[in-house]
Design a protein around this ligand. Structure first.
Ligand code: BDR
Ligand code: CA
Length: 354
């Protein structure tokens, strides 16, 4: 990560999505983040709905000034699949958000990424929270992108653990494996040409499934916002719980209730893996994670292993590492930070001193 003073300039590429929405709110609530733009990709829901959700969440946080762009609306080589069972039919669980008044950027996401990276060489941290379609297009347009970015931070992959979509593939890679392969290989070749190019930082399920948000965190967040924490916890546990008057708290409780219900069925606990906010938190403060350099490639043609992120832990390929794969994360510190920052954001939205 380049040494910078002041906030970290971020472009967030996402498929909003419940945990993506939470990640956007986390970025908005982080004094160390300068959100340069948000680019939308199809994944959890279709790309148009992602663009709608993204703008509505930014508007909820009072950030109508952020540029939001749309790119290619389907994966590079496959039909789009979405996951309404995980994120709800519109991608925001049981929450409802008013139609957004924010315009969509006239720029294509891939152009935006390339133009901003060229404008601030080494300055931008690009954080991806969805399939890598936009980044693949960007690096196909500008092969020097790995050198032009300060850092690429990826939520994607399952490196030493099973997948969550097939036995070996994680959702973001699974939706567009060809794009993921383009990206990991582009970083591989750029590093091969110039060893000073920063490796991508990849956070897979190995670490993101350690970030477990539980109803008790909502109670703490409600208290931090200056409200009745028990009431917020009751609302995330059941629709019978009292609806918060605070729009940020209401959005959080109603979107996360859906996500927690999903995890109760799929993963055996009433709570949620909050993959994407963890990745934004690490992009802003890499001391939260410990990562190992390794060469990573992506399987696209396998009969049973398409979408697998294959990491050469033993160096058998004899290639320079193109990624730092996160192995450990301080989930406790991250969750405390999330509760504090989102609680503070909610307090400010309600005009309560924070
Ligand atoms: C990833 O898949 C999506 O459903 C989440 O938003 C996250 O980015 C986790 O596998
Ligand atoms: Ca996501």
């Amino acid at each position: 990560m380049p040494v910078t003073s002041g906030p970290t300039p971020l472009i967030i590429d996402c498929d909003t999505g419940i945990d993506d929405g939470l990640a956007l709110l986390y970025a908005c609530a982080s004094p160390g983040a300068e959100i340069v733009a948000v680019t939308c990709t199809a994944g959890n829901v279709d790309a148009r709905q992602v663009a709608q959700n993204t703008r509505a969440v930014l508007e909820l946080a009072g950030r109508t000034d952020v540029e939001v762009a749309l790119g290619r609306e389907v994966p590079l080589a496959r039909e789009l699949i979405t996951t309404p069972e995980t994120h709800g039919p519109l991608g925001i669980g049981w929450a409802e958000l008013p139609p957004t008044s924010m315009p969509l950027s006239a720029r294509h996401s891939a152009d935006l990424i390339v133009e901003e990276a060229r404008r601030r060489p080494g300055g931008i941290t690009l954080v991806t929270l969805g399939p890598l379609t936009n980044v693949a297009l960007a690096v196909l347009r500008e092969p020097e992108l790995p050198r032009l970015l300060g850092r690429l931070v990826i939520m994607g992959g399952a490196y030493r653990v099973p997948g969550n979509t097939t036995p070996v593939s994680e959702w973001n890679i699974h939706v567009d494996p060809e794009a993921a392969q383009v990206v990991f290989r582009a970083w591989m070749s750029a590093i091969g040409r110039d060893a000073s190019v920063p490796r991508a930082l990849a956070l897979g399920l190995d670490v993101t499934e350690r970030a477990r948000l539980l109803p008790g965190h909502l109670a703490a967040l409600g208290r931090r916002a200056g409200t009745d924490g028990a009431a917020l916890e009751a609302r995330v546990r059941s629709a019978e719980g009292p609806a918060p008057a605070n729009p940020v708290l209401r959005y959080l409780a109603d979107s996360l209730r859906f996500y927690m219900e999903f995890h109760a069925k799929a993963d055996g606990f009433y709570g949620a893996f909050i993959h994407d906010p963890l990745v934004v938190a690490v992009a802003l403060d890499e001391t939260l994670a410990r990562a190992t350099p390794v060469a990573v490639d992506v399987e696209v043609a396998g009969e049973v292993a398409a979408g697998q992120t294959v990491a050469d832990w033993r160096g058998l390929w004899q290639r320079s590492p193109n990624a730092d794969v996160a192995a450990e994360v301080d989930a406790g510190a991250f969750l405390d930070r999330l509760v504090d920052r989102l609680g503070g954001l909610a307090a400010r939205a309600a005009g309560v001193a924070s």
